[in-house]
Design a protein around this ligand. Sequence first.
Ligand code: GDP
Ligand code: MN
Length: 380
Amino acid sequence: MKIHEYQAKEIFAASGIPVPPGRVATEVQDAVAIAEEIDRPVMVKAQVHVGGRGKAGGVKYAENIESAKIWAQRILGMDIKGLTVKKILVTEAVDITSETYLGIILDRVTKMPVIMISAAGGIDIEEVAAKTPEKIHKLAVDPRVGLRPYQARALAYNVFRDIKLVRQVTDIIVKLYDIFWKIDASLVEINPLITTPINQVIAIDAKINIDDNGLFRQKEIEAMRDLDAENSSEVDAREAGLSFIKLDGNIGCIVNGAGLAMATMDLVKHYGGDPANFLDIGGSSNPDKVLTAMRIILGDPNVKAILINIFGGITRCDDVATGIVSAFKELHPEVPVVTRLTGTNEAAGRRILKEVKLPSAPTLDAVVQKAISMAGLEEE
Ligand code: GDP
Ligand code: MN
């Protein structure tokens, strides 16, 4: 789960990480009131769950109240990478002498939180990581021991020399790790962490992602969820108890079991296709889930074919088939649908499916190839 910059900054401020004063607004007049309160030049910042807002025109400097008003008008309602801006953060603008990247991710290779710091801050850190990885200093923290202050200090020394700055940055690293650990984050990031002409260190951007599996014990964080800011199909899927992740391809996939779903997507790629989503309908066989899955996938205009791959164990093929038939009756899909049902109650499932005359295939390879050819994507 993602939270907004303004919410992440509230968490930072509560832990003592310095952030510029500011508040969030949904209306132009509120933005103006905040700018008046701050009574100094401000930044007007779009609150959307995408990176690179600055480059997309969603982060603007306003010298005075009049210009804050103009930027609030332009940014509210703006489209940034397919998301409409409904909230803006109006925050005091600071003078910058340097921009540093500071982040912590959960690294699945070392199975530890890894802290990263780089003097190449402000810009796209993925690009720095790809082209000049030596510019990123890393430390894997053994969670059984936690982060020791001397380790944080050593990290800070990679980027800073002045002891006054090193002390502030060390303190911020320790606090950031503490936040990361306490709220079950999968990522916390300050890009950029800046220095000012009077040698203060301040977080002017903030990003926090939470591990969804930790949300059950993070009620305060879960309450920060902004449904408006999320992909609506992912919201619908979550409410229906489906694990769904939207992707950019054109073959909609409905599969039972996460492992089988991954294998199905791999095979789609292998045969030259591109999955439109990851979707696991789960172990139980509830026909309603199939209906919801079809509805969500058909809502994606990129989808040119739907592939249903069910390996019946606890999941019963006849139940899934019932779900598919009701989805056809209710949704009248215009894109081709191809199925492979095998396992528990397979024969009964096939009988039920006769009603909608769906093409099927006996093996995983065959069904994937069929879906790709139906989507008009077959490799030359
Ligand atoms: P992002 O584009 O979504 O990462 O948004 P950021 O909050 O990181 O802002 C992008 C860039 O705008 C920063 O790297 C800074 O260069 C600049 N910027 C943001 N806030 C300020 C500010 O208060 N003062 C100045 N001078 N520049 C800022
Ligand atoms: Mn940033």
